[in-house]
Design a protein around this ligand. Structure first.
Ligand SMILES: [Zn+2]
Length: 210
């Protein structure tokens, strides 16, 4: 089994192979207050991680990692990451990282072997199998609902008519459910399109070099 990006066989490494920082976790722990300076020694199941320091400013953080290179002197990697805040529906605001590579607004950044963080797309991480299972399940739910409503198959076809004899409340409930599962499917498709787009542009790049 497995489709596009379902594992290492099909492309890049899986997300779970990388260490991540999550802006929401930092926010919850209250470390995003300007002036914060902490040293941390995070542990990872696969072994030791380089010591890490976190410094917080108004709209940026600096994550310093000491990367072991084999030589006696460890190399320091300074990750200067900009922060952005967007208002929440229920007041307050939520923070985002701006990816140091592409400036996309993201919640998660992944540590590369170079000692620097970047977003999922910049790291070109493939989708994990868990994610794929989730999308598969959503697609099956969409198909089942469409069948029950007598709509033509295919999530891209949109809504059909309310079947004769079906209660309006039932129809509304099923339509809402359909849209919720369809959103999961579309989200997955859009991530895959991004991956494909990146591959095409890389291909174009290498063709130009020939
Ligand atoms: Zn990026």
């Amino acid at each position: 089994m497995g489709g596009i990006g379902s594992g290492r066989k099909n492309g890049g490494p899986l997300i779970t192979d990388y260490q991540t920082i999550d802006v929401r976790v930092l926010q919850r722990r209250g470390v995003l207050t300007p002036g914060t300076l902490i040293g941390a020694h995070p542990r990872h199941e696969t072994g030791e991680l380089p010591p890490l320091q976190l410094q917080v400013g108004e709209d940026w953080i600096i994550l310093t990692l000491r990367k072991r290179t084999g030589s006696p002197k460890a190399v320091e990697c300074h990750n200067h990451i900009r922060l952005e805040h967007t208002p929440c529906n229920y007041g307050g605001n939520r923070p985002w990282f701006l990816c140091p590579c592409c400036s996309r607004r993201v919640a998660l950044l992944y540590l590369g072997t170079t000692g620097y963080f970047a977003c999922r797309r910049c790291r070109k991480l493939a989708y994990g199998s868990q994610r794929e299972t989730e999308e598969g399940r959503a697609l099956r739910k969409v198909s089942a609902i469409r069948k029950r409503l007598g709509w033509p198959p295919g999530v891209v076809r949109g809504h059909g008519e309310r079947p004769k004899g079906m209660h309006r409340t039932t129809f509304r409930r099923l339509t809402e459910l359909h849209d919720r599962y369809a959103a999961v499917v579309f989200e997955g498709l859009s991530a895959r399109c991004d991956d494909i787009e990146e591959k095409i542009s890389a291909l174009g790049e290498s063709l130009r070099r020939i």
